[in-house]
Design a protein around this ligand. Structure first.
Ligand SMILES: [Zn+2]
Ligand SMILES: [Zn+2]
Length: 247
């Protein structure tokens, strides 16, 4: 029986709110543990589930702070794990190369860097990954992960654009950002989607289930969910603290 599961470590856009972390997701298969994004507070949540050094790879959708802030803390956990003989080899870190000043911070002995700017697809143990460049305020990627006939997709931070539909087509679980809403001052709206757009994307791509994430620090998350439900006929969920999904 093949296992593919998703744990939500953090779901806020921008920064942690009331003890809940910014973007961070743990994907687990029979062979692999992959951390997707590493925002503020996400490592604290990961530490409840497993040792921080016990990862096979990290994939970062883009280099905004709410997606990378805990990476240097992870670097330190890897230094200590090496000293204690718990982990010898560097951790594969897939990320965009721009902005380069931020990318350079992760050029350490603990990480083996792979630039997403030059690869579209790659494997991590039993998982097949593909990435697509999306529309955000800096270079950013949507990520799709398959194992056998199971497929999971994550939009990262992006505005809605038609090519997203074919990228996430038919996935078992779409984790979509939904940052923008009329009641919220959290985001200027540039490079992000509303609940309605996330719902439109899920409906057009005929995904099986939609989970909304990168939620704003103000306004009503329920209103964002309702806006998505108005567009998508399948099940819609809000990402929540430490929630666990079988894909
Ligand atoms: Zn973000
Ligand atoms: Zn961003």
């Amino acid at each position: 029986m093949m296992v593919l599961s998703l744990d939500i470590l953090g779901f806020y856009g921008g920064f942690p709110v009331e003890g809940s972390a910014a973007s961070g997701y743990l994907l687990t298969s029979d062979q692999a543990k992959v951390l997707i994004d590493c925002g503020s507070g996400s490592l604290l949540k990961l530490s409840h589930l497993q040792a921080l050094h016990d990862l096979d790879a990290v994939i970062i959708s883009h280099l905004h702070n709410d997606h990378v802030a805990d990476l240097l803390t992870l670097d330190h956990a890897l230094i200590v794990a090496k000293r204690r003989g718990l982990r010898q080899h560097p951790l594969s870190l897939y990320l965009p190369e721009q902005p380069h000043t931020i990318y350079q911070r992760f050029e350490t002995e603990q990480f083996q860097l792979h630039s997403l700017s030059s690869i579209n697809s790659f494997n991590i143990l039993d998982l097949q990954m593909s990435v697509m460049s999306v529309r955000h305020t800096i270079p950013a990627y949507a990520i799709k992960i398959s194992q056998g006939n199971k497929q999971w997709a994550y939009t990262g931070d992006t505005a809605y654009f038609p090519e997203l539909i074919s990228f996430v087509q038919g996935t078992d679980l779409l984790l979509s950002e939904a940052t923008v809403s009329a009641e919220s001052k959290h985001s200027s709206g540039r490079g992000h989607m509303s609940g309605q757009e996330a719902g439109e994307l899920a409906q057009a791509a005929k995904v099986k289930r939609l989970v909304l994430t990168h939620l704003p620090s103000d306004g009503s998350h329920q209103a964002i969910k309702k806006a998505a439900q108005n567009m998508f006929q399948g099940p819609v969920h809000l990402a929540s603290e430490q929630s666990h999904w079988q894909i």
